[in-house]
Ligand binder design. Structure first.
Ligand code: FEO
Length: 391
């Protein structure tokens, strides 16, 4: 739907409440939106980001309803959920220029077959005057691709941040939402999209601190009328601080690994550690990713299948390694029948994590008294490592 954000500034994008997965990987319990913003200056008109190609018709309908004649299409990011309708908008506005960073230009040419002459590269901090409205382009690389930038509208003090500060949250009204649901959606988004780039996010937040921002308008999810809220969330999530939280993520074929995981979580809880258990066969990996933002420890549980780690555990471990959480400790719990290389395989798979490996618990068959003592030993070691951490 069209929404008036401020005078002569309109939201013209689309919601996608029924989309279930992003990047063919990430579950979307709240759907998502592809926000696109139309800015009508007294002389020129700019469109900030477009929408996913599945929603092109909605964008075109909204633009038609507003009688928009577009001079510039600002491409803050080349990924197709924002750039995928560029060609359709260009077809309706053949004289319009796409405005983007130097790194974005070849991406748009390669991903969308857009010709070079339709693209206008802008430098970091360059301004574009639309008459009574002035856009400034702020390079913010790696949130979350190398070419990303934000666009700042000076007169209205709005930051159009694209994916940065975004959330997969299909809010029809960008100003009305349940704040708790938004917090969780924004944290899930951060965990899955932004967490690997914590260092670059810190630099980009420092860059943005030089701007007087009254409204953050991302290209996914609601806008932030109190920008400090979103910025403070990000500052907490990118900090080096971890919490007294241990994730126990396991797969079990015949109940042995589950028994180890159950007992470990019970022991951790008794020793004052907040333990979150995930059965990976049905777990929402988004929930697991959210916990990775804070967790001090991750324990992976797997049975030995064909002499190696269970493939479902491989998937989870691969994802954890790719997301590069600030987790400090890791361990393994496993059950085997006649032998295998569980620990030798898992440790190299988490090389991106700067973790201390706590000696694992590897059990032959179903756990017995001696094994339960080992599980308690692991819980005790984790509890000692967590001493002094915040809840
Ligand atoms: Fe929302 Fe990186 O695209």
């Amino acid at each position: 739907m069209i929404q008036n954000i401020k005078q002569n500034i309109f939201s013209v994008g689309a919601t996608d409440p029924k989309r279930e997965l992003f990047d063919a990987l990430i579950p979307l319990p709240d759907g998502t939106s592809y926000n696109s913003y139309l800015i009508k200056g007294s002389e020129k008109t700019a469109l900030i980001d477009t929408v996913d190609p599945t929603k092109t018709e909605i964008l075109l309908k909204n633009l038609k309803e507003l009688g928009a004649k577009i001079d510039y299409i600002i491409a803050n990011h080349a990924e197709q959920d924002h750039s995928g309708s560029l060609k359709a908008v260009l077809d309706k506005n053949p004289k319009a220029k796409i405005v983007c960073t130097d790194k974005c230009k070849p991406m748009l040419m390669e991903l969308l077959c857009i010709s070079e002459e339709q693209i206008m590269v802008v430098n970091d901090k360059e301004k574009l005057v639309l008459g009574d409205k002035t856009l400034e382009f702020i390079y913010t690389p790696w949130v979350h691709w190398p070419e990303t930038m934000c666009t700042y509208l000076h007169e209205d003090k709005i930051l159009f941040s694209c994916d940065f500060f975004g959330s997969h949250f299909a809010a029809e009204d960008l100003f009305k939402y349940d704040p708790e649901r938004l917090y969780k959606a924004a944290k899930r988004y951060f965990a899955e999209i932004m967490m690997p780039f914590r260092v670059m996010i810190k630099r980009n937040i420092e860059t943005l601190s030089g701007y007087d921002i009254k409204l953050i308008a991302p290209s996914h999810g609601p806008v932030y009328e109190d920008p400090k809220t979103a910025i403070d969330w990000y500052k907490e999530w990118i900090s080096d601080d971890v919490k007294n939280l241990a994730i126990v993520a396991y797969v079990s074929m015949h109940g042995s690994t589950k028994e180890i995981a159950d007992r470990l979580c019970e022991d951790l809880t008794k020793k004052g550690v907040n333990a979150h258990k995930y059965d990976l066969t049905g777990a929402d990996i988004g929930e697991l990713a959210i916990d990775l933002v804070d967790a001090a420890t991750i324990v992976v549980g797997t049975p030995c299948l064909l002499g190696a780690i269970h493939p479902t555990a491989v998937h989870a471990v691969y994802l954890v390694n790719a997301l590069r959480p600030k987790t400090r400790f890791a361990s393994v719990i496993a059950s085997f029948g006649w032998g295998g290389r569980i620990v030798d395989e898992i440790v190299p798979m988490i090389k991106n994590l700067k973790v201390e490996i706590i000696p694992p618990v590897i059990v032959k068959g179903f756990p017995k008294d001696a094994d339960f003592k080992e599980i308690e030993r692991l819980a005790q070691q984790i509890a000692e490592k967590h001493k002094g951490l915040a809840k």
